[in-house]
Design a protein around this ligand. Structure first.
Ligand code: SAM
Length: 224
């Protein structure tokens, strides 16, 4: 990962806050510094394998947790307007501390469920790019994420080994939600790391108003 001095400093401060807060609230199982750099920071910015972030302005990270992949993307691509969404308030408090301490501009942390926030016109179909890592299976995630994307924008899902099966299972959801499968990239972050898969969906039509369904329903009854 090629970082300049400012970015290195920001990642180091982010790492310190993550480890400090992790003693009080559950943020990450990975705490070793090299492992955090690889499996959180480098993994988050691996999106450059599938899209050119310099062409993206507004980004929403759904189910961001401790800020992955959103915060590393902001550090590497400071021009983006970033919205971080999570349903756990404690994690949103941590994110607000990171935003303050790292003095990040145009980053907003929101507490709520994707199903509710995506029905709010201030967020619905407002983003060039939606990203999400380790939140749900692709059929569920498609319903939670595609409604946030403008027609002409895209959704990138960070997945691993089971990606191919998930893409097949998500076929119906992808077309109902107004998206189409655009690209899939497989790679490794290092020689001894697991397979990573990025899935890119393009938003080609507006999402019907009745999606996403009420909070909890996408997970309980995925579109199939
Ligand atoms: N994306 C982060 C990462 O890769 O480290 C966090 C992954 S964590 C396993 C999943 C996160 O998604 C949790 O912080 C949880 O609160 C959030 N989440 C789950 N369902 C959600 C929903 N429907 N709307 C918003 N956030 C959700």
């Amino acid at each position: 990962m090629n970082t300049n001095e400012t970015q290195k400093e920001l990642f180091n401060r982010y790492y310190d806050l993550l480890i400090d807060w992790n003693e009080r609230i559950n943020l990450t199982a990975i705490t070793d510094k090299d492992a955090v750099w690889l499996k959180h920071f480098k993994d988050s910015v691996s999106i450059s394998n599938i899209i050119d972030m310099n062409k993206v302005d507004s980004v929403i990270d759904v189910g961001t947790g401790a800020g992955f992949p959103g915060i590393p993307l902001k550090i590497m691509y400071p021009h983006i307007n970033l919205t971080l969404l999570d349903s756990l308030d404690k994690r949103v408090k941590f994110l607000n501390t990171v935003i303050d301490e790292l003095e990040l501009n145009n980053v907003y942390a929101i507490h709520g469920r994707a199903e509710d926030i995506a029905q709010d016109n201030s967020y619905r179909e407002r983003f060039d790019l939606c990203v999400s890592r380790a939140v749900a299976s692709l059929p569920v995630l498609t319903e939670l994420c595609v409604p946030f994307v403008k027609v002409g924008g895209c959704f990138v899902s960070y997945k691993s080994e089971k990606a191919k099966e998930e893409i097949i299972e998500a076929g119906k959801a992808i077309s109902i939600l107004g998206a189409s499968l655009s690209d899939v990239k497989e790679f490794n972050l290092s020689d001894d790391d697991n397979l990573r898969v990025l899935i890119k969906l393009n938003k080609i039509n507006s999402t019907p108003k009745n999606y996403p369904r009420r909070a909890g329903i996408p997970g309980k009854k995925p579109i199939k």
